[in-house]
Design a protein around this ligand. Structure first.
Ligand SMILES: C[S@@+](CC[C@H](N)C(=O)[O-])C[C@H]1O[C@@H](n2cnc3c(N)ncnc32)[C@H](O)[C@@H]1O
Length: 326
Protein backbone atom coordinates (compact mmCIF):
# COMPACT_ATOMS: atom_id res chain seq x y z
CA UNK A 1 0.00 0.00 0.00
CA UNK A 2 1.05 3.60 -0.64
CA UNK A 3 2.94 4.69 2.49
CA UNK A 4 1.03 7.95 2.96
CA UNK A 5 -2.33 6.21 2.54
CA UNK A 6 -1.31 3.63 5.12
CA UNK A 7 -0.53 6.46 7.56
CA UNK A 8 -3.91 8.14 6.88
CA UNK A 9 -5.75 4.90 7.44
CA UNK A 10 -3.84 4.32 10.65
CA UNK A 11 -4.66 7.80 11.95
CA UNK A 12 -8.34 7.47 11.10
CA UNK A 13 -8.65 3.83 12.21
CA UNK A 14 -9.85 2.59 15.58
CA UNK A 15 -12.62 4.20 17.59
CA UNK A 16 -12.84 7.92 18.28
CA UNK A 17 -12.70 7.12 21.98
CA UNK A 18 -9.37 5.29 21.61
CA UNK A 19 -8.02 8.16 19.53
CA UNK A 20 -9.03 10.84 22.06
CA UNK A 21 -7.56 8.88 24.98
CA UNK A 22 -4.30 8.26 23.11
CA UNK A 23 -4.06 11.88 21.95
CA UNK A 24 -4.37 13.32 25.45
CA UNK A 25 -1.80 10.91 26.88
CA UNK A 26 0.65 11.67 24.11
CA UNK A 27 0.21 15.45 23.91
CA UNK A 28 -0.47 16.53 27.48
CA UNK A 29 0.81 13.38 29.20
CA UNK A 30 -2.28 12.63 31.27
CA UNK A 31 -5.62 10.88 30.99
CA UNK A 32 -8.34 12.98 29.36
CA UNK A 33 -10.98 14.29 31.80
CA UNK A 34 -14.49 12.80 31.30
CA UNK A 35 -16.01 16.18 30.26
CA UNK A 36 -13.27 16.96 27.72
CA UNK A 37 -13.59 13.45 26.35
CA UNK A 38 -17.38 13.70 26.01
CA UNK A 39 -17.04 17.10 24.28
CA UNK A 40 -14.41 15.84 21.85
CA UNK A 41 -16.41 12.73 21.01
CA UNK A 42 -19.57 14.78 20.39
CA UNK A 43 -17.69 17.19 18.13
CA UNK A 44 -16.10 14.34 16.19
CA UNK A 45 -19.46 12.57 15.82
CA UNK A 46 -21.12 15.78 14.53
CA UNK A 47 -18.27 16.46 12.10
CA UNK A 48 -17.55 19.79 13.81
CA UNK A 49 -13.91 18.89 14.22
CA UNK A 50 -11.51 16.33 12.77
CA UNK A 51 -8.89 14.28 14.56
CA UNK A 52 -6.29 16.68 13.14
CA UNK A 53 -8.31 19.59 14.49
CA UNK A 54 -8.29 18.10 17.97
CA UNK A 55 -4.53 17.60 17.74
CA UNK A 56 -4.05 21.19 16.52
CA UNK A 57 -6.13 22.63 19.41
CA UNK A 58 -4.33 20.57 22.03
CA UNK A 59 -0.89 21.51 20.72
CA UNK A 60 -1.93 25.20 20.74
CA UNK A 61 -2.93 25.03 24.42
CA UNK A 62 -0.98 26.53 27.33
CA UNK A 63 -0.94 23.11 28.90
CA UNK A 64 0.94 21.64 25.96
CA UNK A 65 3.42 24.53 26.07
CA UNK A 66 4.17 23.60 29.71
CA UNK A 67 4.58 19.91 28.85
CA UNK A 68 6.86 20.67 25.91
CA UNK A 69 8.97 23.06 28.00
CA UNK A 70 9.75 20.39 30.60
CA UNK A 71 10.12 17.65 28.02
CA UNK A 72 12.65 19.84 26.20
CA UNK A 73 14.40 20.48 29.54
CA UNK A 74 14.73 16.74 30.27
CA UNK A 75 15.88 16.08 26.69
CA UNK A 76 18.48 18.85 27.00
CA UNK A 77 19.83 17.26 30.18
CA UNK A 78 20.04 13.82 28.51
CA UNK A 79 21.81 15.38 25.54
CA UNK A 80 24.35 17.05 27.84
CA UNK A 81 25.03 13.76 29.60
CA UNK A 82 25.51 11.97 26.29
CA UNK A 83 28.14 14.42 25.00
CA UNK A 84 31.62 12.93 24.70
CA UNK A 85 33.84 14.10 27.54
CA UNK A 86 37.58 14.45 27.45
CA UNK A 87 38.00 14.62 31.17
CA UNK A 88 36.06 12.67 33.73
CA UNK A 89 33.23 14.56 35.40
CA UNK A 90 29.61 15.46 34.86
CA UNK A 91 28.31 17.77 32.15
CA UNK A 92 27.95 21.30 33.51
CA UNK A 93 25.50 23.26 31.36
CA UNK A 94 25.20 26.87 32.51
CA UNK A 95 23.55 30.01 31.14
CA UNK A 96 20.26 28.15 30.62
CA UNK A 97 17.17 30.05 29.47
CA UNK A 98 13.44 29.60 30.09
CA UNK A 99 10.37 31.74 29.34
CA UNK A 100 9.07 34.22 31.92
CA UNK A 101 5.71 32.41 32.16
CA UNK A 102 7.37 29.29 33.54
CA UNK A 103 8.33 28.65 37.11
CA UNK A 104 11.84 27.79 38.23
CA UNK A 105 11.52 24.05 37.40
CA UNK A 106 12.35 24.82 33.75
CA UNK A 107 15.85 25.77 34.96
CA UNK A 108 16.24 23.44 37.95
CA UNK A 109 15.35 20.26 36.08
CA UNK A 110 17.92 20.46 33.28
CA UNK A 111 20.59 21.96 35.59
CA UNK A 112 20.34 19.06 38.04
CA UNK A 113 19.63 16.15 35.70
CA UNK A 114 22.48 17.10 33.35
CA UNK A 115 24.94 16.79 36.25
CA UNK A 116 24.26 13.12 36.92
CA UNK A 117 27.54 11.28 36.52
CA UNK A 118 26.75 7.57 36.62
CA UNK A 119 26.29 7.34 40.40
CA UNK A 120 24.85 3.99 41.48
CA UNK A 121 22.97 4.93 44.66
CA UNK A 122 20.83 8.03 44.20
CA UNK A 123 18.40 9.72 46.59
CA UNK A 124 15.80 12.31 45.61
CA UNK A 125 14.46 14.39 48.48
CA UNK A 126 10.93 15.78 48.09
CA UNK A 127 9.88 13.58 45.14
CA UNK A 128 6.19 13.32 46.13
CA UNK A 129 5.14 16.61 44.53
CA UNK A 130 7.70 16.65 41.75
CA UNK A 131 6.75 17.18 38.15
CA UNK A 132 6.20 13.84 36.36
CA UNK A 133 8.67 15.10 33.72
CA UNK A 134 11.35 15.34 36.42
CA UNK A 135 10.55 11.90 37.86
CA UNK A 136 10.60 10.36 34.38
CA UNK A 137 13.96 12.07 33.83
CA UNK A 138 15.25 10.68 37.13
CA UNK A 139 14.20 7.16 36.19
CA UNK A 140 15.88 7.55 32.80
CA UNK A 141 19.23 8.22 34.49
CA UNK A 142 19.62 4.47 34.90
CA UNK A 143 20.94 4.52 38.49
CA UNK A 144 21.11 1.06 40.07
CA UNK A 145 19.22 2.15 43.17
CA UNK A 146 16.93 5.16 43.00
CA UNK A 147 15.24 6.14 46.26
CA UNK A 148 12.73 8.91 46.83
CA UNK A 149 12.09 10.28 50.30
CA UNK A 150 9.26 12.58 51.35
CA UNK A 151 6.90 13.18 54.25
CA UNK A 152 4.11 12.60 51.76
CA UNK A 153 3.33 9.40 49.87
CA UNK A 154 2.98 9.30 46.11
CA UNK A 155 2.97 6.69 43.39
CA UNK A 156 6.18 6.51 41.41
CA UNK A 157 6.80 3.15 39.75
CA UNK A 158 10.51 2.39 39.51
CA UNK A 159 11.39 4.46 42.56
CA UNK A 160 11.97 2.99 46.02
CA UNK A 161 9.69 5.25 48.04
CA UNK A 162 10.38 6.03 51.67
CA UNK A 163 8.13 8.12 53.91
CA UNK A 164 10.42 9.99 56.30
CA UNK A 165 11.42 13.39 57.53
CA UNK A 166 14.60 14.52 55.79
CA UNK A 167 15.88 15.63 59.21
CA UNK A 168 15.87 12.03 60.44
CA UNK A 169 16.48 9.61 57.61
CA UNK A 170 16.31 5.82 57.95
CA UNK A 171 19.54 5.35 56.00
CA UNK A 172 23.07 4.53 57.09
CA UNK A 173 26.01 6.92 57.00
CA UNK A 174 27.36 7.40 53.47
CA UNK A 175 24.46 5.46 51.92
CA UNK A 176 24.19 7.59 48.74
CA UNK A 177 26.64 8.74 46.11
CA UNK A 178 24.29 11.41 44.80
CA UNK A 179 21.45 13.28 46.49
CA UNK A 180 19.11 15.62 44.63
CA UNK A 181 17.04 18.13 46.56
CA UNK A 182 15.00 20.32 44.22
CA UNK A 183 13.00 23.14 45.82
CA UNK A 184 12.47 21.21 49.05
CA UNK A 185 14.99 22.49 51.61
CA UNK A 186 13.08 25.76 52.01
CA UNK A 187 10.01 23.83 53.24
CA UNK A 188 11.67 21.76 55.95
CA UNK A 189 10.44 22.70 59.41
CA UNK A 190 7.77 25.03 57.96
CA UNK A 191 4.01 24.68 57.59
CA UNK A 192 3.49 21.60 55.37
CA UNK A 193 -0.32 21.72 55.38
CA UNK A 194 -0.27 22.46 51.65
CA UNK A 195 1.26 18.99 51.16
CA UNK A 196 -1.31 17.41 53.50
CA UNK A 197 1.42 16.20 55.88
CA UNK A 198 2.58 17.21 59.31
CA UNK A 199 6.05 17.46 60.79
CA UNK A 200 7.61 19.29 63.73
CA UNK A 201 8.02 23.02 63.11
CA UNK A 202 11.52 24.40 63.43
CA UNK A 203 12.91 27.58 61.91
CA UNK A 204 16.28 25.85 61.60
CA UNK A 205 14.72 22.91 59.71
CA UNK A 206 16.79 23.55 56.60
CA UNK A 207 19.99 23.39 58.66
CA UNK A 208 18.94 20.11 60.29
CA UNK A 209 18.08 18.70 56.84
CA UNK A 210 21.47 19.68 55.42
CA UNK A 211 23.32 18.08 58.33
CA UNK A 212 21.35 14.86 57.85
CA UNK A 213 21.98 14.88 54.09
CA UNK A 214 25.67 15.38 54.81
CA UNK A 215 25.52 12.25 57.00
CA UNK A 216 23.87 10.00 54.40
CA UNK A 217 26.16 11.21 51.62
CA UNK A 218 29.26 9.16 50.77
CA UNK A 219 32.57 10.90 51.52
CA UNK A 220 33.08 11.50 47.78
CA UNK A 221 29.36 12.03 47.11
CA UNK A 222 27.53 15.09 45.79
CA UNK A 223 24.39 16.97 46.74
CA UNK A 224 22.61 18.86 43.95
CA UNK A 225 20.37 21.41 45.58
CA UNK A 226 18.12 24.23 44.41
CA UNK A 227 16.43 26.86 46.56
CA UNK A 228 14.46 30.06 46.02
CA UNK A 229 16.57 33.09 46.70
CA UNK A 230 16.27 36.87 46.91
CA UNK A 231 15.16 39.10 49.75
CA UNK A 232 14.81 37.27 53.07
CA UNK A 233 11.15 36.20 53.04
CA UNK A 234 9.66 33.80 55.55
CA UNK A 235 6.30 32.87 54.05
CA UNK A 236 5.35 30.37 56.72
CA UNK A 237 5.19 27.42 54.30
CA UNK A 238 8.69 28.14 52.97
CA UNK A 239 11.61 30.47 53.51
CA UNK A 240 13.49 32.36 50.84
CA UNK A 241 16.98 33.41 51.86
CA UNK A 242 19.49 35.75 50.22
CA UNK A 243 22.14 33.86 48.21
CA UNK A 244 24.97 34.49 50.69
CA UNK A 245 22.80 33.22 53.54
CA UNK A 246 22.14 29.93 51.73
CA UNK A 247 25.84 29.54 50.93
CA UNK A 248 26.83 30.26 54.53
CA UNK A 249 24.30 27.64 55.66
CA UNK A 250 25.69 25.05 53.23
CA UNK A 251 29.21 25.71 54.49
CA UNK A 252 28.16 25.68 58.15
CA UNK A 253 26.67 22.22 57.60
CA UNK A 254 29.99 20.80 56.41
CA UNK A 255 29.65 21.24 52.66
CA UNK A 256 31.99 22.73 50.15
CA UNK A 257 30.24 24.65 47.39
CA UNK A 258 31.85 23.00 44.40
CA UNK A 259 29.75 24.86 41.83
CA UNK A 260 26.88 27.32 41.99
CA UNK A 261 24.83 29.47 39.67
CA UNK A 262 22.13 32.04 40.23
CA UNK A 263 19.15 32.60 37.95
CA UNK A 264 16.61 35.41 37.92
CA UNK A 265 13.41 35.95 36.00
CA UNK A 266 12.74 39.25 34.26
CA UNK A 267 10.36 40.21 31.42
CA UNK A 268 12.61 38.41 28.92
CA UNK A 269 12.54 35.18 30.92
CA UNK A 270 14.86 33.19 33.15
CA UNK A 271 18.59 33.83 32.83
CA UNK A 272 21.81 33.36 34.71
CA UNK A 273 22.40 36.35 36.98
CA UNK A 274 24.87 38.21 39.11
CA UNK A 275 24.67 38.22 42.89
CA UNK A 276 23.25 41.75 43.18
CA UNK A 277 20.32 40.95 40.87
CA UNK A 278 19.47 37.70 42.64
CA UNK A 279 19.73 39.30 46.06
CA UNK A 280 16.95 41.76 45.16
CA UNK A 281 14.52 39.17 43.76
CA UNK A 282 11.04 38.74 45.20
CA UNK A 283 8.97 35.56 45.26
CA UNK A 284 6.17 35.56 42.68
CA UNK A 285 7.42 38.72 40.94
CA UNK A 286 6.86 38.64 37.18
CA UNK A 287 5.52 35.08 37.04
CA UNK A 288 4.73 31.93 39.01
CA UNK A 289 6.99 30.66 41.80
CA UNK A 290 10.38 32.07 42.71
CA UNK A 291 11.83 35.27 41.27
CA UNK A 292 15.33 33.84 41.56
CA UNK A 293 16.92 30.48 42.33
CA UNK A 294 20.26 29.33 43.58
CA UNK A 295 21.52 26.03 42.16
CA UNK A 296 24.50 24.37 43.73
CA UNK A 297 26.59 21.26 43.72
CA UNK A 298 27.76 20.60 47.26
CA UNK A 299 30.41 18.15 48.36
CA UNK A 300 31.15 16.98 51.88
CA UNK A 301 34.05 18.92 53.24
CA UNK A 302 36.77 16.65 54.60
CA UNK A 303 38.01 17.03 58.15
CA UNK A 304 41.44 18.20 56.90
CA UNK A 305 39.84 20.75 54.64
CA UNK A 306 37.63 22.07 57.43
CA UNK A 307 40.67 22.50 59.66
CA UNK A 308 42.63 24.18 56.88
CA UNK A 309 39.77 26.58 56.14
CA UNK A 310 39.24 27.35 59.82
CA UNK A 311 42.94 28.23 60.09
CA UNK A 312 42.79 30.30 56.91
CA UNK A 313 39.73 32.17 58.15
CA UNK A 314 41.42 32.84 61.45
CA UNK A 315 44.48 34.25 59.65
CA UNK A 316 42.73 36.13 56.84
CA UNK A 317 39.31 37.22 57.90
CA UNK A 318 38.75 38.77 54.45
CA UNK A 319 40.06 35.86 52.40
CA UNK A 320 37.92 35.05 49.33
CA UNK A 321 35.12 32.60 49.96
CA UNK A 322 34.97 29.30 48.14
CA UNK A 323 31.63 30.00 46.53
CA UNK A 324 31.70 31.93 43.29
CA UNK A 325 28.84 34.00 44.74
CA UNK A 326 31.13 35.79 47.14
C1 LIG B 1 7.90 22.00 46.51
S1 LIG B 1 7.71 20.33 46.83
C2 LIG B 1 9.09 19.57 46.06
C3 LIG B 1 9.21 19.73 44.63
C4 LIG B 1 9.93 18.62 43.93
N1 LIG B 1 11.17 18.20 44.59
C5 LIG B 1 10.21 18.98 42.51
O1 LIG B 1 11.24 18.53 41.98
O2 LIG B 1 9.40 19.67 41.87
C6 LIG B 1 8.27 20.15 48.51
C7 LIG B 1 8.22 18.72 49.00
O3 LIG B 1 8.93 18.66 50.22
C8 LIG B 1 8.27 17.72 51.06
N2 LIG B 1 8.70 18.00 52.44
C9 LIG B 1 8.47 19.11 53.19
N3 LIG B 1 9.04 19.00 54.38
C10 LIG B 1 9.66 17.80 54.41
C11 LIG B 1 10.45 17.11 55.38
N4 LIG B 1 10.67 17.65 56.58
N5 LIG B 1 10.95 15.89 55.05
C12 LIG B 1 10.69 15.34 53.85
N6 LIG B 1 9.96 15.95 52.87
C13 LIG B 1 9.47 17.16 53.15
C14 LIG B 1 6.80 17.98 50.79
O4 LIG B 1 5.98 16.90 51.20
C15 LIG B 1 6.82 18.20 49.27
O5 LIG B 1 6.60 17.00 48.57
Amino acid sequence: MHGDLAAWLEASGGSDEEFVERLWRLAVRRPVEPEAKARALAQLAAGEISRSGLLRDLVASEEFAGVALLDDAVARAAGERAKPREVRGPARPRLLRAPAWSDERAIEIPWCLARYDGERRVLDVGYAHAEPAYLAGLLALGADELTGVDLAEAEAPGLRRVVADVRDLPFGDGAFELVLCVSTLEHVGRDTEVYAVEAPRDEAGDEAALRELRRVLAADGRLLVSVPTGELDDQGWQVQRPPEEWVALFERCGFLVFEDELYVRDEAGWRSAALAEARAARYGAGGPGAGAVLLAELRPRSMGERLRLALRDARHRDAPRRSTLA
